[in-house]
Design a binder for this molecule. Structure first.
Ligand code: PLP
Ligand code: COI
Length: 339
C-alpha cells in the first residue's frame, strides 16, 4: 500500500501508477500482451487517431472490499461496449477475453494503488484503443494499439454524494441524432468541452443535454446518464444518441429488485417539473444527486431537491450499488470479477 496517497481525499484525477498493459493489432490479428512501465506512447504523426479521431475508450472500476478481496465491476459489459464502439468507427474490435485478461493484469500489477476499503475511493480503469497507421486519406487504420491504464480516484463531482445544480443550454450538441453518441468515442468529449466549461464557469456541475434532433427530450448529463424518480418510479431516457451506461443498467436492475417500476422512455423537458428526485449516473459519477436544473435559455428553474439533500430512493440505490461493489452485500447478478 502506498502510504503517501491520501486515499480519502483523492479527486477524480490522474495519479501515475507502476504499469500499463498494451497489445497491438497488425496484419489482421492481435499480438502478445506487453507490460510497460512507461506512461508515454510512440506514434506516427499521421496516425488516424490523431487526424481522424479513431479513438475509443472505456471506464470501469476495481474496489477493495470489506473482506479484503478486489472486485472489478461488470468487466464483461465494458468489454462488449468497446466492441460496439470499435465497430461504430471502423476499428479492430478487441476480443472480450483479451480485454478481460488485460484489465485484470493491469489491476493486479498495480495492486498497491487500489484504495483501501472504507476510503470511498476506487481504482479507475481506463482501456483505450487508437488507430495507429499513417493515413492521409480518410480511411480506417490497418494497425491499432489497445492499452489499459489505471489510476486511483475519488468522486467525480467534488461535492461527492451531495446534490449539485446542472443546466440546460441549447447552443451546443455533443453528438448528432444518428451520430456517435451511442459509442464511447473521444470526439464526443471534445464536442462537450465548450458547453462543459461554460457550465462550470456559471457554477453548474454538468450540462444536461437535450436530444439533438428536436431538443424536446432529455438526453444525458455530461459524462453520465440521467435518471429521475417520479411518483416512486425510476425514469431514464431512451435515446439513440446517449451512451448505454453500465451504471444506469445496474441501478435499473437494483430498482426492480426493490420493487420499483422502471421506465426507459422519452422524457419531455417539461416533465422535469414533475419529478421528485434526479441524478447523474456513471462509473465516474456513480449516482450523483441533482438539486436544481436551470434552463439557461428560457430562465426556467426546475427545483428538484428543495432542501438540497439527496432523495430517499436515490440514496437507497446509491447505497445498494456501493454495497454490491464493495462485497458488503451478495452479488446476486454476478456483476463482480474477483481478482
Ligand atoms: N454517458 C457518457 C457520455 C459517459 O461518458 C459515461 C461514462 O462512461 C456514461 C454515460 C456512464 O456510463 P457507465 O455507467 O457505463 O460508466
Ligand atoms: C466514466 O464514467 O467512466 C467516464 O468515462 C466518464 C468520464 C469521461 C470521466
Amino acid at each position: 500500500m502506498d502510504q503517501k496517497l491520501d486515499w480519502a481525499n483523492l479527486s477524480f484525477g490522474y495519479i501515475p501508477t507502476d504499469y500499463n498493459v498494451r497489445c497491438r493489432y497488425r496484419d489482421g490479428k492481435w499480438g502478445e500482451i506487453e507490460v510497460s512501465s512507461s506512461d508515454t506512447i510512440n506514434m506516427h504523426m499521421a496516425a488516424t487517431a490523431l487526424h481522424y479521431g479513431q479513438e475509443i475508450f472505456e471506464g470501469l472500476k476495481a474496489f477493495r472490499g470489506a473482506d479484503g478481496k478486489v472486485r472489478i465491476f461488470r468487466i464483461e459489459d465494458n468489454a462488449n461496449r468497446i466492441i460496439s464502439s470499435a465497430n461504430g468507427i471502423k476499428m479492430a474490435p478487441v476480443p472480450v477475453d483479451l480485454f478481460k485478461k488485460m484489465v485484470i493484469k493491469a489491476v493486479e500489477l498495480n495492486a498497491r494503488f487500489i484504495p483501501p476499503y472504507g476510503s470511498g475511493a476506487s481504482l479507475y480503469i481506463r482501456p483505450i484503443e487508437l488507430g495507429m497507421s499513417a493515413q492521409i486519406g480518410v480511411h480506417p487504420s490497418s494497425e491499432y494499439l489497445f492499452m489499459v491504464m489505471v489510476t486511483p480516484v475519488g468522486p467525480y463531482f467534488k461535492e461527492g454524494f451531495k446534490p449539485t445544480n446542472i443546466c440546460i443550454m441549447r447552443e451546443f450538441d455533443r453528438v448528432a441524432p444518428k451520430g456517435t453518441g451511442r459509442w464511447k468515442v473521444g470526439g464526443n468529449y471534445a464536442a462537450s468541452l465548450e458547453a462543459g466549461e461554460r457550465a462550470h464557469e456559471l457554477g453548474y456541475s454538468a450540462v444536461l443535454y437535450l436530444d439533438p434532433r428536436e431538443k424536446k427530450y432529455i438526453d444525458e448529463c455530461g459524462p453520465a446518464n440521467f435518471f429521475a424518480i417520479k411518483q416512486g418510479r425510476y425514469i431514464t431516457p431512451a435515446s439513440e444518441s446517449i451512451l448505454p451506461s453500465v451504471t444506469n443498467r445496474s441501478l435499473m436492475q437494483l430498482a426492480r429488485d426493490m420493487g420499483i417500476t422502471v421506465e426507459e422512455r422519452h422524457i419531455p423537458l417539461e416533465e422535469l417539473a414533475e419529478i421528485d428526485e434526479a441524478g447523474a449516473c456513471g462509473t465516474a459519477a456513480v449516482a450523483s444527486p441533482v438539486a436544481e436544473i436551470h434552463d439557461i435559455d428560457t430562465g426556467v428553474k426546475y427545483i428538484v431537491a428543495k432542501d438540497h439533500q439527496p432523495g430517499p430512493i436515490t440514496t437507497r440505490l446509491y447505497e445498494k450499488l456501493r454495497a454490491v461493489q464493495l462485497g458488503e452485500e451478495p452479488d446476486t447478478h454476478g456483476w463482480n470479477t474477483i481478482v
